[in-house]
Design a protein around this ligand. Structure first.
Ligand code: DLL
Length: 431
């Protein structure tokens, strides 16, 4: 089914009208209520009256993650008194990125997720197991709100406790599973270890996202669990999950362009690339109230097409995420920047500024190993002291990242030096 046919199947002229109306309102709202944007607009010599249609969006300034970080915690909230919910995602160093929703924003979130779930093939009355993390991460609650909006029966299992996930699936028979694709594969191993036949699972539809995944992972999930695996995309800064979602034809992710205006640009020049060419996805939140963002640079690389899909929707479709313009890694669904680790290491006496992150996937679980060069002196110390030091580093890194890491102390000059940009990451995962 199509959840909001008048919008999802509308002509581009009708959508352009809607977008133009929203953009004018957005710019005057930011001008009035956001000191940060007012000064950005001033710097570009733009007054709200100059914005007449969505085509004028190209005249507006970009927003980057640092704008959010620099205004930590609430500097970019335009409607702080009306804030209903706050989420946080990892930042590069120091401050995390804070995002706020008003009640209107939660309604918007529910709407775009309901559209996404319907797009994946869900029907009102279906049961859904939401195994994305609930909490500061936007995955769990986002899917939850949308599922309620659509009239699904929700089992909010959150992530983890795999045996219990599998028991509830077997006993309650949900038709839909929402989680990261790597967790879907992890559960597969656990199911087999328990002697279950995964092909007999009740799950028919998967709504998988929050991290990159390949067609071969899709094939493995679909074949092993005997289900349809669809891709859902989003980012906290824009709303969380629900920015774009694949339909059952799986030929690109339908982007909700009446509310999230997309542009695909050359990350170096900032100029729009041709339809079908790779570029950085930039999104303007046309109707958000809590933290509306103008031309937010997602750093995700995609292609976009405006052709009508076989499903009847006229929304543009983005490709799967093809890469990043920065060095962000996603490890067990958590965004990790090498600079976060560097920041911790620099503060610890005895470590050298040479480190290497080795990422691998074992039994469908991401493993992050941090190799750290330490002072020669350290190696003359007792093993016990060395272990304690390793533990201290491990704890401090885990505190910042929120995931388990393995720390390996190595002697000076073990890590290969480079004449150009230092190679800080070896990603062995075959995604
Ligand atoms: O990951 C929101 C989300 C939750 C999306 C559940 C889908 C499902 P953040 O933690 O802010 O938000 O991370 C956003 O994750 O910029 C992408 O680089 C990456 N990402 C999200 N979805 C996908 C996907 C959530 N389907 C960052 N494929 C984004 C590849 C994805 N990468």
């Amino acid at each position: 089914m199509i959840w909001n046919e008048p919008v999802e199947c509308a002509s581009s002229t009708k959508i352009k009208d809607i977008q133009s109306r929203y953009l004018k309102k957005l710019v005057s709202n930011l001008w009035k209520n956001s000191p940060v944007y007012r000064s950005k607009l001033n710097a570009y010599g733009i007054k709200p009256a100059q914005i007449k249609s969505i085509d004028d969006i190209k005249r507006l300034p970009f927003t980057v993650k640092d704008d959010l970080r620099d205004s930590y915690p609430f500097g970019l909230f335009t409607n702080f008194d009306k804030t209903a919910e706050i989420h946080v995602s990892s930042g590069t160093t120091g401050n995390p990125t804070v995002v706020g929703y008003t009640k209107e924003d939660i309604k918007l979130w529910s709407e775009v997720i309901a559209r996404s779930l319907a797009c994946s093939g869900a029907e009102p009355g279906d049961m859904i197991q939401v195994a994305y993390g609930y909490g500061l991460f936007t995955g769990g609650l986002g899917l939850h709100y949308g599922a309620l909006e659509m009239g699904l029966k929700v089992i909010p299992t959150s992530s983890g406790q795999t045996k219990r996930q599998l028991k509830l699936m077997t006993d309650f028979k949900p038709r839909i599973l929402a989680c990261t694709p790597s967790y879907a594969l992890f559960m597969l191993d656990e199911a087999r270890a328990l002697g279950m036949d995964p092909r007999k699972s009740s799950w028919e539809i998967g709504v998988f996202g929050a991290e990159p995944w390949s067609e071969s992972m899709r094939h493995q999930i679909e074949h092993s669990w005997n289900m349809l695996a669809t891709d859902i995309y989003g980012l906290s800064e824009i709303i969380g999950p629900g920015v774009a979602q694949e339909c059952t034809h799986k030929i690109g992710l339908h982007l909700q362009w009446d509310v999230f205006f997309p542009e695909v640009i050359d990350p170096k020049t900032g100029k729009e690339v041709k339809e079908g060419e790779r570029g950085e996805l930039v999104i303007t939140t046309l109707t958000k109230q809590g933290i509306p963002l103008l031309r937010y640079r997602t750093r995700d690389i995609v292609t976009i097409t405006y052709d009508k899909c076989q499903c009847g929707r006229t929304t543009p479709r983005i490709s799967k995420i093809l890469g990043r313009t920065d060095d962000m890694l996603i490890i067990r669904g958590i965004n990790v920047f090498p600079s976060q680790i560097e920041y911790v290491l620099l503060k610890i006496e005895g470590t050298l500024p040479h480190y290497l992150l080795v990422v691998d996937r074992k039994n469908n679980l991401d493993i992050l190993e941090v190799w750290v060069e330490v002072d020669e002196k350290m190696f003359s110390d007792e093993i016990k002291q060395l272990r304690a030091f390793e533990n201290q580093i491990k704890k401090e890194i885990e505190n910042v990242l929120g995931i388990d890491v393995l720390v390996k102390l190595v002697e000076p000059k073990t890590i290969e030096r480079s004449e150009g940009k230092a190679k800080r990451v070896i990603d062995k995962r075959k995604i």
